[in-house]
Design a protein around this ligand. Structure first.
Ligand code: NAP
Ligand code: MN
Length: 267
């Protein structure tokens, strides 16, 4: 029988490269076939780096169905479950199938321009802003109900796993990753006698659609952030955001608790 292929994706920093070579040896010694890069026939992709590396790996390989696991050499590593000094234990646990697979929920954005519709996925969030750091004005609908006329820096919509990233910095709540909801958080909302915007986050059922309809003057001067990457659209009219049926599968080991991780990273 052929050895199961396991992808190793590493960022370029020194510790990640060192970790990659230790991992390579450990996997070989345990009957696996490590592959440096992304092989579609692999059973698992191991991503070495921080959250940023994990996010990039998932986007670059088009949200694949095979499971991921991360070894954290980043600053935070919220998605990165394993520490570089736990490789031996991780390989044994993996070999003995001593793990669970969790779904990371994804946001699907449908982007409507005059002549074309685009579809994009996010792990953390999508943010709609004005270009050149101007305030943006837009109408916000939730499941076709008009909720507000927003003005401010922008509107952020995040997944539960993404709630601890940009959302949290913007005053949003931490959402436990298994809850099927979307959170919409205003970024620097203007609330004056001239403009009234909600100043707090709103959490909606995952089956609802949040629709952001920008005013005409922003149709060619907008900025969409998808997991931190910038996109500009011409003739943009509306962005519809909802939770996707598509997910990213991630290995989870019993010794890892969400709350320990949270305390570790933020307190
Ligand atoms: P980056 O600007 O290099 O780093 C953003 C920071 O956010 C890193 O420390 C990263 O951890 C951390 N992070 C990413 N996802 C997280 C999550 N789900 N929970 C907690 N922390 C998380 O950008 P990047 O590394 O490419 O990551 C893209 C993300 O940056 C975006 O999706 C957005 O959420 C976030 N961002 C945050 C702000 C802000 O807080 N004001 C502004 C812009 C973008 P690692 O060190 O492990 O990579
Ligand atoms: Mn980063």
């Amino acid at each position: 029988m052929s050895r199961p292929i396991i992808n190793i994706l590493s960022n370029a920093n020194f510790e990640s490269k060192k970790t990659a070579s230790t991992l390579h040896k450990e996997l070989s010694n345990n009957g696996f076939e490590p592959f440096n890069g992304f092989n579609k026939n692999a059973k698992l992709t191991i991503c070495i780096g921080g959250d940023g590396s994990f996010i990039k790996a998932v986007h670059k390989n088009d949200f694949p169905e095979m499971p991921f696991v991360g070894i954290n050499t980043g600053h935070l590593g919220f998605y990165q479950e394993i520490k570089p000094d736990e490789i031996e234990k991780f390989v044994l646990d993996y070999k003995n199938e001593n793990y669970k697979i969790n779904d990371i929920k994804l946001i699907r954005s449908d982007i409507y321009t005059k002549n074309k519709t685009y579809k994009m996925y996010s792990i953390n969030e999508v943010v709609l802003k004005a270009a050149h750091s101007k305030t943006i004005h837009m109408n916000v609908f939730i499941d076709r109900n008009h909720v507000e006329k927003f003005s401010g820096d922008g509107i952020l919509v995040c997944t539960p796993s993404g709630s601890t990233a940009y959302n949290m910095s913007s005053g949003g709540a931490i959402i436990y990753p298994s809850i099927h909801v979307l959170q919409m958080t205003p970024i620097s909302p203007v609330s004056s006698s001239a403009y009234r915007s909600l100043t707090k986050s709103v959490v909606v059922p995952g089956s609802h659609t949040i629709s952001l309809v920008i005013e005409k003057r922003y149709k060619d001067s907008n900025l969409l952030l998808v997991d931190g990457s910038e996109y500009f659209f011409n003739n943009l009219h509306r962005v519809n955001v909802r939770l996707s049926n598509k997910v990213i599968k991630k290995l989870s080991f019993s010794n890892n608790s969400y709350w320990d991780n949270l305390k570790d990273k933020f307190l």
